[in-house]
Design a protein around this ligand. Structure first.
Ligand SMILES: [Zn+2]
Length: 310
């Protein structure tokens, strides 16, 4: 069967999609799964805040957005469904789990194979008794390197990916941890073409990014438009990877959004950041640096399609 992208509104044909943002956030609860009202939110209140940003993204040419707020940091299907019904772009929901400190008790107790079965089921049948299939596996590693629980998560994710073809996207700070993680995944039999190094811009040594791409991984620069990221530096990294011939392994996104159910107005402390800096600023800047329109299309359309389709 032809590969498809699995969204909140159902599976869609890859030809129906254009520009895809591979790493964004819609609804995120960073208090973790042990607070009493964890991940609770009134869908209509979330729609009111988030819809204008998604409509603006759609107007800027975005056809789909990958929601990276996974289990442990607020995944809420009712909210995602309400949003998907109101906006003109597709939303790709995650399975998986966030880093050790955020893993809910129920998942902590599972064996590697039980976890692999759960994630496989979410990718093939549906999430939480709905018919909504997860579109990818989102993980995260602790900043000091994978804990034993996170190693178990990686191995379970490798199995679920091998069962389904879904890609694993993992929050990974720095090249040392990325290398460790890729070693675990390869040892578990995963082809690294099914792996996305999330937050790869945290590694400043470009040769390490090139090495990861050379092993097959997607290298994701996901701080486009972020006030805490030097945009000229990010641009220089992207251009260097493209000039090294790795444009088929590069992904670009904003890591923006973050509706916060713990705040009274739903806004994160620093304000809600939208999803248009890529099309408005970053792509034009790439073009002025000599990157071709064809390469831009590869990076923003073909790569995410190939990464997320299964
Ligand atoms: Zn993120």
């Amino acid at each position: 069967m032809a590969k498809r992208i699995h969204t909140v509104k159902g599976t869609v044909e890859i030809d129906s999609l254009g520009l895809i943002l591979p790493h964004e956030h819609l609804f995120t609860d960073l208090r973790g799964p042990n607070v009493p009202d964890y991940a609770q939110g009134e869908p209509s209140a979330v729609v009111k805040v988030v819809e204008p940003f998604l409509t603006a993204a759609s107007a800027a040419g975005v056809t789909a957005l990958v929601e990276c707020s996974t289990v442990g940091v607020g995944r809420n299907l009712a909210v995602l469904r309400a949003l998907a019904d109101e906006v003109p772009l597709q939303i790709v929901p995650p399975t998986g789990v966030y880093r050790d400190a955020y893993v809910p008790e129920s998942l902590r107790e599972m064996s590697e194979s039980e976890l692999a079965d759960l994630w496989t089921k979410e990718l093939t049948d549906g999430i939480e008794r709905t018919a909504i299939r997860a579109g990818f596996i989102k993980l995260a590693m602790s900043d000091d390197g994978p804990t034993s629980l996170e190693i178990r998560n990686l191995k379970a994710a490798a199995r679920a990916s091998q069962n389904t073809g879904a890609v694993i996207a993992s929050h990974t700070i720095g090249g040392r941890i990325a290398k460790q993680e890729m070693d675990v995944l390869e040892e578990a039999g995963l082809d690294l073409q099914r792996f996305i190094w999330v937050h790869a811009q945290t590694e400043r040594d470009i040769s390490i990014l090139q090495e990861a791409a050379g092993r097959g991984a997607y290298v994701e620069l996901d701080t486009v438009g972020a006030p805490y990221q030097s945009q000229p530096e990010l641009l220089a990294t992207a251009v260097a990877l493209i000039e090294a011939g790795l444009d088929d392994h590069l992904l670009l996104s904003h890591d923006a959004g973050w509706y916060n159910p713990a705040s009274s107005d739903g806004l994160p402390e620093q304000g809600y950041r939208g999803y248009t800096a890529l099309t408005k600023d970053f792509i034009p800047a790439l073009l002025t640096r000599g990157v071709s329109a064809e390469q831009v299309r590869r990076i923003t359309v073909d790569n995410p399609v190939q990464a997320f389709a299964f």
